[in-house]
Design a protein around this ligand. Structure first.
Ligand code: SME
Length: 156
């Protein structure tokens, strides 16, 4: 299994290509999915107008293109301003179903200047798929993206 440090170097390379590569964020998610096959859906929600809007993702299309901040695991991660790891989505009343195959989910907020500006959402078909290493990897990716997203003036 490729170690987190190597993955983060590749994330950095893809980030630096963003000027000439419009799909750079999706490429980062594809990289994460390739290196961690239990990441069945990897996607990006960003805050706009007081709600979460779906950005680039890899995996099956999601019915949740907009999520109010008081809904879902995604809304909880913004409100709580920390990662939310749900080992059994069907046992969590906050869960907004995307796919019947999803068994567990982790949502990691991306902060900039003390505000949550976006988040990385990962779903797995495996129950309790996400451990401390997954959380650490995704939080490192979120920290890496933070200054870039904070400067972004366009939609993702
Ligand atoms: N399950 C999420 C909704 C987004 S989908 O997973 C892509 C939630 O409960 O907020």
């Amino acid at each position: 299994m490729t170690d987190a440090e190597t993955i983060l170097k590749e994330v950095d390379t893809l980030t630096k290509e963003r000027g000439r590569r419009p799909d750079w964020l999706k490429a980062i998610f594809a990289l994460l999915q390739r290196e961690r096959p239990h990441y069945n859906w990897v996607g990006f929600y960003y805050l706009s107008g007081g709600e979460l809007l779906l950005g680039p993702f890899v995996g099956a299309p999601s019915p949740h293109k907009r999520i109010p901040l008081d809904k879902g695991i995604c809304g909880a991660a913004v409100r709580e301003r920390h990662s939310v790891n749900v080992p059994d989505v069907n046992a969590d009343p906050r869960y907004l179903a995307c796919s019947v195959e999803t068994k567990s989910e982790i949502v990691v907020p991306i902060e900039h200047d003390g505000e949550v500006v976006a988040e990385i959402d990962v779903d797995s078909h495996t129950p309790a798929a996400f451990g401390p290493d997954d959380q650490a990897l995704l939080e490192a990716v979120a920290r890496h993206l933070s200054p870039i997203l904070g400067q972004a003036t366009t939609r993702y």
